[in-house]
Design a protein around this ligand. Sequence first.
Ligand SMILES: Cc1cc2nc3c(=O)[nH]c(=O)nc-3n(C[C@H](O)[C@H](O)[C@H](O)COP(=O)(O)OP(=O)(O)OC[C@H]3O[C@@H](n4cnc5c(N)ncnc54)[C@H](O)[C@@H]3O)c2cc1C
Length: 427
Amino acid sequence: MLDNPRSHGLWEKTAPAPPATPRLEGSLSASVVIVGGGYTGLSAALHLAEAGTDIHLLEAAEIGFGGAGRNVGLINAGMWVMPDDFTRELGPAYGERALTLLGDGPALVRETIRKHYIDCELVENGTLHLAVGQDGLQELEERARQWQRRGAPVTILDAEETQRRVGSSAYAAALLDMRAGTLQPLAYARGLAHAAVKAGARLHTGSAVISTERNGNKHVLYTAHGKISADWVIVATDAYSTGPWAIMREEQVHLPYFNLATKPLSDNLLRSILPGREGCWDTRDILSSLRMDRAGRLIFGSVGALRGTGTGIHKSWAKRSLARLFPQLGDIEFEAEWYGQIGMTDNALPRLHRFDRNVIGFCGYNGRGIAPGTTFGRILARHILGQISEADMPLPLSDPKQPSLRGIKEAYYEAGAQIAHFAGERF
Ligand SMILES: Cc1cc2nc3c(=O)[nH]c(=O)nc-3n(C[C@H](O)[C@H](O)[C@H](O)COP(=O)(O)OP(=O)(O)OC[C@H]3O[C@@H](n4cnc5c(N)ncnc54)[C@H](O)[C@@H]3O)c2cc1C
């Protein structure tokens, strides 16, 4: 995509092909138009098409062009924020409803993958949230308590068990979440697209919505080569929003995040590094993540953009960090490198917006969009099908609003990551 190996990196190299999707041309009409070909839009498209709804999806670039094709592939249950923050911010009714749905999100992802035979390197061995020092351990203990009160299958592993599972002695403990897992994120998005097409959805790529107007109860969406009118519009453009709903991008602060993939490791190394193939991330403020792909490549990620001075700084920090974490790796070569922008909201919680009558969308998954996007996409479909009322949605409606000092925060994230990685005070 974009002819840029740093946009979708390894995922583009190893994902099965997407379905053939023409651009929107001429003048069409539909019951529902979905804007955005990531998890939210594709999940909504799949569920609406399965219910027999006449739907078209418009994607500006290609399927999985946004966060869906660039992420780490951790299928998380819940968000970065603590579970109790949901009820504190949203009240008990919305808070617990959202938590239940998000906790069940990975199961929906697995069910969807199985039902539609999606080949996306699904691994169901849980995730490890890795404690750095005593502060990290305390944070995980509190997180575990809050999830366990809600019956979630999470456990704290001691330093010895963590070392056995990770293959490194760098961590004080880990929180094992058996609801979670990993997948190949672009393969999952493309698999959802195939399933949606098979169910009857019509997908258009290279079809950025550039303007929209209201014609009575109909919404008319314009692209460079066509227009389409619909009764309902789902806006699923999230942090990569352009065009009429650019506010969805503007209400989020972009946090750059990169990934580097080694060559496939030898069988010997695979026995000592993540032998159980759990996906991992740590408790640092400038966090790092670790996971394997199906071929045994170790994928290491952290905050930062691989552009300008950042490329050299982040890559050399990553080599030093991996050498310290896993001395057994020896000389480390990266086979792929890429980065994307994670959309962060002010309160680190997702949002539900209604932009006009029958124009709705979720956004702001704060780096946790695989399961939430799949789940909330289905909820939007069910809402349109009349199966879920507005009062029963997992989040209250809110007006999009710009966060204060967005530009300064984005510059700070990027510069802060470069400084931290340049200084290398990491392990
Ligand atoms: C580097 C990185 C690492 C991440 N790691 C993880 C992880 O490990 N686990 C996890 O769960 N989540 C992770 N995330 C977050 C996750 O990728 C996103 O939350 C998720 O992709 C959001 O899905 P979405 O469908 O809402 O939006 P997206 O996947 O961003 O899709 C939005 C789509 O809308 C299209 N679009 C925008 N404007 C228009 C327009 N005007 N007309 C037509 N189309 C338009 C875009 O081209 C894009 O394809 C990560 C994100 C990044 C960037």
